[in-house]
Design a protein around this ligand. Structure first.
Ligand SMILES: [Zn+2]
Length: 126
């Protein structure tokens, strides 16, 4: 039989899939066709855009490391979104790219405020 979740071949009558761990309540022998992830379903993206991951990571890192990483998060987020839109469902990570982009924008604003505040304080001490 085949796992309905991941399509891996598993021993007949298995209680759960050894590949993905999904519990199999009713082992059906009638459906012999393995449910493979076919090429004709564009609804499920095969891979996540690397730039989207980079954007989110940089956005998170930007909280601690400052302005440049935050700006890079915006850049990567923008690139990721355009890649995802062009791919027409082939590449996923849309939410991740937006999260990175938004995080980057927020952190850039915060860092600019912080740097201006620090600069102002420095000027006053002169
Ligand atoms: Zn499975």
């Amino acid at each position: 039989m085949f796992c309905p979740e991941c399509g891996a071949q598993i021993p007949d009558g298995s209680k759960f899939c050894s590949q993905c761990g999904r519990t199999l309540k009713t082992p059906q022998r009638t459906s012999g066709e393995p449910q493979r992830v076919s090429q004709t379903t564009p609804s499920s993206p095969k891979k996540t855009a690397g730039t989207a991951i980079a954007s989110l990571v940089l956005g998170l890192v930007g909280i601690f490391f400052g302005l440049i990483t935050s700006i890079l998060a915006i850049v990567f987020g923008g690139v990721a979104l355009s890649q995802i839109n062009k791919s027409e469902g082939e590449i996923g990570g849309h939410g991740m790219a937006i999260a990175g982009l938004v995080l980057g924008i927020i952190m850039t604003i915060i860092w600019v405020i912080v740097l201006i505040a620090m600069g102002t304080l420095f000027m006053w001490q002169m």
